[in-house]
Every structure is written in C-alpha cells, then in structure tokens.
Design a binder for this molecule. Structure first.
Ligand SMILES: Nc1ncnc2c1ncn2[C@@H]1O[C@H](COP(=O)(O)OP(=O)(O)O)[C@@H](O)[C@H]1O
Ligand SMILES: [Mg+2]
Length: 303
C-alpha cells in the first residue's frame, strides 16, 4: 500500500478470523541496537495506546525469519494527506478530526507517550472511523527516551521550532503539529509553506517568524486557536486537553463549504482517495530531512 524510507505497508488477510489487516514491515533488519530500539519503541507505544478509539489498533508484532520486524494493524482506507490533496476539508470537518486526535493526544500524554510525528500522512481514516492516529515510529516513551530520534526524521512542515533546537520533547510539540495539521487539511498545504519548493533550514527557521495567514472561509476563532497552538514558545500553547476543550466547544457551520483548494505546483499527480490503493510508492514517509556530510540540510522531501 505504501513504501517509505523505513517501512513498507502491505494489505493482508488474517486467515484465522478472515479479516483484512495492514502489515507494516521495516525495510531494515533488526541487526543493530538503534533499529531494535526504534522498533520496540513503536511497538510499545502503539500497543499501549491502541485501546483508544482514535489510535490505530495494533493486532500483533513480530519479526520475520529474515529478521524484518513487522507490526500488524487494523486496515485503514487512506490518510488525510491523500484527502487534503484531493479536496481541502471544511472547517467543521477539520475541527472534528482535531477533536478526535486531540483526544488521542490527551490519552497518550497522560500515559507518558509523546507521538512526535503528528501530520496528515499519519492520521488515517476508514469506513468506520473518521480519524485514527498512526505511526508511533518516533514516539518517545517516558521511560525509554533515547537519542536516536534526531533531525533526520523530522517532517519540518509540521515540526515546532524547538525541535530544531534539540530541546527536550514535550506534549506541546504534538499540540503544535496537530494545529499545523488542521491548518494544512483546510489549506491544502502546511502553514507558511511555499507552494513551489521546499525551503532550506535557514529559510525554514525564518518562516517561524512569519504570520500565519487567515484562510478564506475559515472562521477567525478557529484560525486564532490554531495560531495559539502553533505559538513559537511551547509555553504559549494550549495543552492537548485545552485544545480538545476549545475545539469541541467551537460552533461551526457543518454545511459551510470547504475553503478554496490550494494545490501544490500544477503538474503533481494527485491520486484519488482509496478504496483502490495507489500502485505508485509514496515518498511521504521517507526521512523528510537529509543531511550532507557537513550536517547541512541538503534536501527535504514532500510534506
Ligand atoms: N493501518 C494502515 N492502514 C492503511 N494504510 C496504512 C496503515 N498504516 C500505514 N498506512 C499507509 O502507509 C503510510 C506509511 O505508514 P507509517 O506507519 O506512517 O510509516 P512510516 O514509518 O514509513 O511513516 C501511511 O501514510 C499510510 O498511507
Ligand atoms: Mg508516517
């Protein structure tokens, strides 16, 4: 279903109960301590959280005979990255996704887990569930924080400024990323993100100083809340619980049309939403920042 820098996701059938599932298999084998730690972190974080209705259900984990670790999960139909590329969400739809994922974050934070990679590609939907948080690959468990989570795997379009300064991770980073995600699903691309190119690190740090524009058709109260959630100072942001509360108590017209689409530069092929999975591999989940030998940011892939 999808192929990234770290993993390949397959659609499969669990024979014993005859249900469809998704299998996420690590591309690399588990032969070094860092990869083992990354896999264990994801398995434990996902397993611990998966009883929440808006966290993807984990069925099992294991290692293949040739040492590739895998996670077996509930099968979803697609991600909000796919959806926002086809059609931006209306304010009420985005708010509803926000309520569900903020609720998942309240639960994960209360259990000492930070997700650290909230973004449209990691929020999935299925026929029975409008939003589930997936991909705990970067999650940090309170008791097993390790330094293998670095800039190399950040998705800069949704990462708060403090992550680029290597500050200790906190729940405020997930709040930032969720607010950037909600803005993006209504806008068609991440906040302040140029349409035609991916910024280098210097430009990116500068972008954090730019104002976050209003979106046509999006009530000011919603944009203001998302702006507060994307405050450059983590202490200026609401907690996941406060974000949940404010989003749930906001009155939005469920019939209001979505804002005008703002697609990425013209020639990009936009796949239709599943049921039929795209046959082309997606790069969304490849490491989104790569460094050259001097440690400069050479390139970032798609958001
Ligand atoms: N349970 C699932 N059901 C359907 N599609 C999934 C599922 N898990 C992942 N995917 C697809 O695979 C992509 C990559 O999965 P993810 O867990 O985010 O891996 P990575 O660690 O490579 O980012 C997702 O963006 C989504 O399109
Ligand atoms: Mg992902």
């Amino acid at each position: 279903m999808a192929r990234g820098g770290y993993a390949t996701v397959y659609r499969a059938v669990q024979d014993s109960v005859g249900r469809e599932v998704a299998i996420k298999m690590e591309n690399r084998t588990l032969d070094n301590a860092r990869d083992q730690a990354r896999f264990l972190r994801e398995a434990r974080a996902a397993g611990r959280m998966s009883s929440h209705p808006h966290v993807v259900d984990l069925v099992d984990v294991g290692v293949t005979v040739d040492q590739h670790p895998y996670l077996i999960m509930e099968l979803c139909d697609g991600s909000y990255l796919d959806r926002m590329r086809v059609k931006p969400l209306s304010p009420a739809e985005a708010r509803d996704v926000g309520v569900k994922i903020a609720d998942a974050l309240v639960h994960t934070h209360a259990n000492g887990v930070l997700h650290r990679d909230v973004k449209p590609a990691n929020i999935l939907y299925s026929h029975f569930n409008a939003a589930v948080l997936a991909d705990f690959g970067l999650a940090v468990l309170g008791e097993m924080r390790d330094s293998s989570v670095t800039l190399e795997v950040l998705t800069p379009a949704y990462a708060p400024p403090e992550m680029f300064r290597h500050e200790a991770p906190s729940g405020a980073a997930d709040v930032y990323s969720l607010c950037a995600t909600l803005y993006a699903v209504m806008h068609g691309r991440p906040p302040r993100w140029p349409s035609d190119r991916s910024p280098g690190l210097l430009t990116l740090m500068h972008l954090f100083d730019e104002a976050i524009p209003d979106l046509p058709g999006v009530p000011r109260a919603l944009t203001d809340l998302l702006r507060r959630g994307m405050h450059n100072d983590p202490r200026g942001r609401p907690s996941a619980q406060e974000l949940l509360h404010e989003l749930s108590s906001m009155h939005l017209d469920p019939y209001a049309p979505p804002p005008h689409p703002v697609y990425r530069s013209t020639s990009t092929y936009v796949p239709p939403p599943r049921p039929i999975p795209p046959s082309t591999p997606t790069l969304d989940e490849t490491p989104t920042v790569t460094t050259d030998r001097k440690g400069f940011f050479a390139k970032w892939f798609s958001w």
